[in-house]
Design a protein around this ligand. Structure first.
Ligand code: PHE
Length: 447
């Protein structure tokens, strides 16, 4: 059976950018920037993204494209059948866990999109009304479960169609739309009276805030935002044509992810400050603060619809990349049909996601180390499992693969002379700098 693949360079790029651009860009980045020293944090973020994360991204790209296999088989075959394949399996299971709770949040965006069509945020209502609206929604049993089901179903259907006709087509239409919407909101947002305070919050550099914790936060965010350590980039890369330039594709993805995060910041923060509110991160920002802001601003109804469409699309282009990792594995290693693989994984993620969803309501008494089950899964996967996945990936490429093979893949058999010149630096970063940086960040994050 011939393997599906991306049909065009642009398609592959947009799918990868789609995986990278997600909730992380919309609800965490702007807040982290504001809290950690504005432009100073952005500078650190850019340096770390390109010095540490880009080499990891390239490592995943090399593994995926060299093997042209799912993550498990990629580790197995490239290491000559050794125990490394269990790392492959690890990078398949982690995105499934993330997908399960990501889908719960995806469901919330569906609900809020529907709410914005009926413009439930309008008028003079106080901020606490929005808080209550959100809390009573997430703590109920059925509505969030239904929304989670809807989100996961759409994700599964897109993946079921395949790489070229499903994932690629969806990303090709949705990513430009996403950029367009966020830019439009950003332009509107900066023209609101009082917007300047938001821009100051984002961009006034304060180097005194840059300490080890801020660097750890920047690197953690960059990991999550670039979908590293999850097997996703590896899997997408396995569908990329051998003629493509790994360096160009990786840099373009990282750059568009960064650009999107910055534009998202400019779309959100000036509006929040224009209405005199203190920003927060995470669900509180997009499901409590922003609906209130939309209710206050002129033409807020339209902006709300556009924003929640953007949120939903950003979440979907990421969630499909998480699901594809395990689908590729079941199809290629366990002889599942694509449809069957999708159904089985749908059921798995639905159950785990349902538990997460209920952890805001009926199951809220179940606590693990102080948080509910949702927090537990989120912390475990984005702080621990993801970091381990990235560490194993760079160790595998830097210390297990043959240098000549990595060189060959990175330069397309020596054809791309610019990559050949960069290889020495890249190799050094992958072998020494990245593993050390990951371990340092990991430890700093734990204490
Ligand atoms: N990068 C996505 C975001 O910023 C999240 C993601 C993580 C997607 C892992 C795929 C794999 O929201």
């Amino acid at each position: 059976m011939s393997r599906d693949s991306f049909g065009s360079r642009m398609g592959a790029l947009l799918a990868m950018a789609g995986s990278a651009v997600g909730l992380g860009n919309l609800w965490r980045f702007p807040y982290l920037v504001g809290e950690n020293g504005g432009a100073a944090f952005i500078i650190i973020y850019i340096i770390l993204s390109f010095m540490i994360c880009l080499p990891i991204f390239i490592s995943e790209f090399v593994i995926g494209r060299r093997s042209q296999k799912n993550a498990y088989a990629a580790f197995r075959d490239l290491s000559g059948g050794s125990a490394w394949r269990w790392i492959g399996l690890f990078t398949i299971i982690v995105p499934l866990i993330v997908l399960s709770y990501y889908s719960v949040i995806g469901g919330w965006s569906i609900e809020y999109l529907l709410k914005s069509f009926t413009f439930s945020f309008s008028g003079e209502e106080s901020q606490s009304v929005m808080n209550t609206m959100f809390t009573s929604f997430v703590s109920s049993t059925w509505a969030p479960l239904l929304a989670h089901t809807g989100f996961l179903l759409v994700t599964t259907l897109i993946v079921m169609i395949g790489i070229k006709d499903g994932i690629e087509k969806f990303s090709k239409v949705m990513m430009p739309l996403l950029f367009f919407i966020v830019i439009a909101i950003a332009v509107y947002s900066v023209t609101l009276p009082g917007a300047k305070a938001g821009l100051d919050y984002l961009f006034t550099p304060d180097f005194s805030k840059i300490d080890a914790k801020a660097c750890a936060a920047a690197l953690g965010q960059a990991f999550f935002s670039l979908s590293l350590g999850f097997g996703t980039i590896m899997t997408y890369a396995s569908y990329v044509d051998k003629k493509e330039n790994i360096m160009t594709q990786s840099t373009a993805t990282a750059a568009s992810d960064l650009m999107f995060a910055l534009i998202a910041g400019v779309a959100i923060m000036p509006a929040v400050f224009a209405f005199g509110i203190n920003p927060q991160a995470g669900p509180g920002l997009v499901f409590e603060t922003l609906p209130y802001v939309f209710g206050q601003m002129p033409a807020g109804g339209v902006v709300a619809i556009l924003f929640f469409i953007a949120l939903l699309v950003a979440a979907l282009t990421s969630s499909i990349s998480m699901l594809e990792v395990a689908v590729a594995y079941l199809v290629e290693e366990k002889n599942f049909s694509r449809t069957m693989a999708c159904i089985v994984l749908f059921i798995f993620c639905w159950v785990v996601g349902a538990v997460c969803s209920l952890s805001f309501g009926p199951l809220s008494d179940v606590r693990i180390s102080g948080g509910n089950l949702f927090d537990f899964f989120d912390n475990l996967s984005s702080n621990i499992l993801m970091t381990l996945g990235s560490l194993f990936t760079v160790l595998f490429v830097g210390w297990r693969l043959k240098k000549t093979d990595v060189y060959d893949e990175f330069t397309n058999g020596g054809d791309i002379s610019r990559n050949a010149k960069l290889f020495g630096v890249l190799w050094f970063l992958i072998r020494y700098i990245c593993p050390v940086a990951i371990i340092v960040i990991f430890v700093t994050g734990l204490i």
